[in-house]
Design a protein around this ligand. Structure first.
Ligand SMILES: Nc1nc2c(c(=O)[nH]1)N[C@H]1C(S)=C(S)[C@@H](COP(=O)(O)OP(=O)(O)OC[C@H]3O[C@@H](n4cnc5c(=O)[nH]c(N)nc54)[C@H](O)[C@@H]3O)O[C@H]1N2
Ligand SMILES: Nc1nc2c(c(=O)[nH]1)N[C@H]1C(S)=C(S)[C@@H](COP(=O)(O)OP(=O)(O)OC[C@H]3O[C@@H](n4cnc5c(=O)[nH]c(N)nc54)[C@H](O)[C@@H]3O)O[C@H]1N2
Ligand SMILES: [Mo]
Length: 733
């Protein structure tokens, strides 16, 4: 599989040209495709380069150039052919060699005697497949169907080939699936009601904006590569406004930072809209020709909203609201980035609808450099061939059954007729990432068998019966696109899989083989196949046309990365919205169908009660992606344990000093962790960053309640989670 690769990009270690090319020790090398063998050095050591794709659930979805010496990865850097990655990786990406060669990797299939006991024994792949396949067939025999088997899979790796797990389970019959996402549902529904779907402008267009509002987004940590384009815009004079309850690192880069009371952003947007309406700063032609329901919206705003009211609600002074409303409405184009963090509230979707309305009435939608940018999926039109194998003939039932991923534990416990008895977990760490992990654990207790496919021990693996060791991106083949930028990246196999690791696709084929051995015809998923052949099957004519490459092979041979056609990079340029009316819908009947007000109205925020008076925000951490990266030594050297941030004035009230241990508690559970005092956090709020730290047996979610956000069921099947409407009490431990 690698032969062609190897010969094309093999060269010898030691030449001056080579170190320049590789930029050894220097990020931003010219190490890209087309390197030719050099004859300068006398060394037996072989250097090769490969293109990899960072598959993490991250806006940036980077293209990587990987250097391999004697079969071992020695260096990774950003691919310069990708104008978004721009030859640089983030702090996490630069640690990839440590991820691959970490001593903590799960090396072999293992079976645990007693969940949580740590009493693991190594087993062979054949034994693992046999235990799993037998259980699946027993379940089918006992219940007459496979609905007692439940899959919980989400975002550990977005390689298109990883949908093999879903495909393999569909190939045995109908199963139960964790549905929805913990990430974006409320905002995605809001944009679907307003415009038909969420669709964002190319983020490289920040450079074309005259005004930028980062609204509840922290790209300095969560999308480092976007900051380049924002900084470029600033350099040419674009004003940058950041709206966030926390003074984030992104806020520190702003020309104007607005510290808003959490969950009141809808009031701010509506206050700005009221001012824009009163001052007639909106685009009458646009709202008359390209939108429906504007007059109803004007009536609502004039009757219910004043700038004074918005100031009171949000804590943002009236003159500030008026000034930014005027600046935003008169700068063309003006760009808003709505962060995922902002909509993790019980009124998150309605807040996004209000912000969309602000962009619509100032005709900033459909403009290069403008837009109300949240998330997009225009580049995801692959074949998903791994999911194309149906249930075996004669299978009972008609469809999979769904449980809500965002209230997973409770819904698994509730599922009856048949109950859920076996769990398959891949690309997912529910005990760390879900709210109320104690309830998830209870649901696990009811299982006959829990199988987790992962790279490292974490809370979920610790609670499983069987763990299957999976490959890193460098040990397999694949393809990745982003939900933010417009590039497609090839992932080549750079090294042989370490130990006994396999990709999820290989696991799917191996299990299918075993199932068919035990009961011929019990699984329709292919039992063998070449990974490159699998990846080639993902291409179709639309993808070829959109990206201008014929195949995965052509993609990798031409620099490993390619950008989609400009035709799709300005969202809604043709002003043909995908709503029922084909126009922008200030008034949405679809919203009514899903139980909401038809207009972008203000919905009261969720409030503290006397017992739990302190808001607890749990945003994303700079040195990790959820449960990934922060257990790696290089990043652990910077920060190796979780902590709770609080304002010195709040700390004083509870006699808490820096590094004192603090109990953080509410109805869901409690944690004890050290205090970090900082004025970046409002006085009535504490902050705990989300994710898993090695050897720490809880995450912030142990006291986060499974409170749903207002929207999500239209576009994602289930509502999102109001992670940031979590209230706690604190005391010195
Ligand atoms: N380093 C790193 N990068 C990541 C990730 C990661 O874990 N680590 N995760 C990836 C994923 S899956 C996602 S979803 C994205 C998340 O990307 P972002 O949305 O940028 O990040 P969050 O930390 O979820 O939230 C952003 C900000 O929302 C603010 N916020 C919370 N409530 C409110 C509110 O009511 N109003 C306003 N205006 N702001 C509010 C928080 O204070 C926080 O600063 O990042 C992706 N990139
Ligand atoms: N309190 C709080 N909780 C949150 C959030 C928050 O803001 N606050 N944010 C939420 C958001 S936005 C998201 S997106 C979720 C993310 O939650 P998850 O989707 O669970 O994300 P990860 O922890 O990145 O990945 C899960 C696991 O996948 C594994 N993995 C990596 N690659 C592979 C692979 O190739 N195959 C297999 N089988 N496994 C692999 C990783 O090692 C990891 O253990 O967390 C949510 N949880
Ligand atoms: Mo996310």
């Amino acid at each position: 599989m690698l032969a062609d690769n190897v010969s094309r990009r093999t060269f010898l270690k030691g030449s001056a040209a080579l170190s320049t090319l590789l930029g050894l020790g220097a990020i931003g090398s010219k190490a890209t495709n087309g390197l030719v063998p050099t004859a300068a050095a006398k060394s037996n050591s072989q250097k090769q380069q490969f293109f990899n794709a960072c598959p993490r659930n991250c806006y940036d979805t980077c293209s990587i150039v990987t250097t391999v010496e004697d079969g071992r990865i020695t260096f990774v850097t950003g691919n310069e052919n990708n104008h978004y990655t721009k030859g640089r990786l983030c702090v996490k990406g630069n640690t990839y060699p440590r991820i691959v060669y970490s001593p903590d990797r799960i090396k072999y299939p293992m079976r645990q005697k007693g969940r949580g006991s740590g009493n693991w024994e190594r087993i062979s792949w054949d034994e693992a497949y046999t235990i799993i396949a037998k259980k699946m067939l027993d379940i089918k025999k006992e219940y007459g169907n496979t609905l007692p088997i439940c899959l919980n899979k989400y975002s550990g790796n977005f390689n298109i080939l990883n949908y093999a797990t879903e495909g393999m389970l569909s190939s045995i019959g109908f199963t139960t699936r964790a549905q929805g996402t913990p990430c974006d549902p409320a905002g995605s529904d809001a944009q679907a009601f307003d415009m038909g779907t969420a669709y964002n402008n190319d983020p490289e267009q920040f450079m074309d904006a005259e005004y930028i509002i980062l609204w509840g987004a922290n790209p300095a940590w969560t999308s480092a590569h976007s900051m380049y384009f924002i900084e470029q815009a600033k350099e040419k004079g674009t004003k940058l406004v950041v709206i966030d309850p926390l003074i984030t690192q992104t806020a520190s880069k702003a020309d104007e930072y607005i510290q808003i009371k959490p969950s009141t952003d809808g009031a701010l947007a509506l206050g700005m809209i009221r001012y824009i309406m009163d001052q007639h700063l909106y685009d009458e032609e646009w709202v008359n020709n390209h939108a429906i329901g504007f007059h109803e919206f004007v009536s609502y705003v004039k009757k219910n909203i004043t700038v004074e009211w918005a100031a009171e609600k949000t804590g943002v002074p009236k003159p500030v609201i008026e000034r930014i409303a005027r600046e935003y409405a008169t700068s063309k184009p003006a760009n808003i980035w709505i962060g995922f963090g902002m909509q993790r509230h019980t009124n998150g979707g309605s807040m996004v609808r209000a912000i969309d309305a602000l962009a619509a009435l100032t005709s900033n939608i459909g403009k290069k450099g403008g837009g109300v940018n949240y998330i997009g999926g225009e580049t995801w039109g692959f074949n998903y061939h791994t999911m194309s194998f149906g249930a075996p003939e004669g299978t009972e039932g008609e469809a999979d059954r769904y449980v809500n991923m965002n209230n997973f534990g409770a819904q698994v416990l509730d599922a009856q007729d048949p109950p859920i008895k076996m769990m398959w977990i891949a690309c997912r760490n529910p005990i760390a990432q879900d709210p109320e992990p104690n309830v998830v654990k209870k649901a696990f207790d009811q299982m006959d068998l829990i199988v987790t496919a992962d790279l490292y021990m974490n809370q979920t693996v610790e609670y499983s019966d069987i763990v299957l060791p999976v490959t890193t991106p460098f040990e397999t083949v694949g393809i990745n696109v982003s939900y933010w930028h417009y590039w497609m990246n090839a992932n080549e196999q750079a090294i042989k899989p370490l130990y006994e690791t396999k990709s999820d696709l290989e696991i799917a084929m191996g299990l299918s083989k075993k199932l068919n051995e035990l009961e011929a015809g019990s699984c329709t998923f292919p039992v063998s196949g070449n990974l490159v052949e699998w990846v080639e099957k993902e291409f179709n004519d639309d993808i070829r046309k959109l990206f201008g490459v014929k195949s995965w092979d052509e993609l990798r041979k031409n620099g490993g990365t390619v950008k989609a056609s400009e035709k799709v990079t300005v969202a809604w340029e043709d002003l043909k919205f995908r709503t029922p009316s084909g126009k922008y819908e200030f008034f949405s009947k679809k919203a009514v169908e899903y139980g909401h007000h038809p207009l972008p109205v203000f919905i009261e925020e969720y409030k503290a009660n006397n017992e739990y008076p302190i808001r607890c925000i749990s945003p994303h951490w700079k040195l990790g992606i959820h449960s990934q990266f922060q257990h790696i030594d290089w990043l652990g050297a910077i920060q190796d344990h979780p902590f709770v941030e609080m304002h010195p004035d709040l700390a004083k009230k509870y006699s808490i000093r820096e590094n004192d241990m603090v109990n953080v508690r509410n109805e869901a559970g409690y944690l004890t962790l050290p205090a970090k005092l900082t004025k970046t956090v409002p006085v009535d709020t504490v902050v705990m960053y989300e994710g898993w730290w090695k050897d720490v047996h809880y995450t912030e979610n142990f006291n986060v309640k499974a409170l749903p956000s207002d929207m999500g069921d239209y576009s994602k099947g289930q509502r999102g989670i109001a992670f940031h409407d979590n209230f706690v009490k604190i005391e010195k431990a």
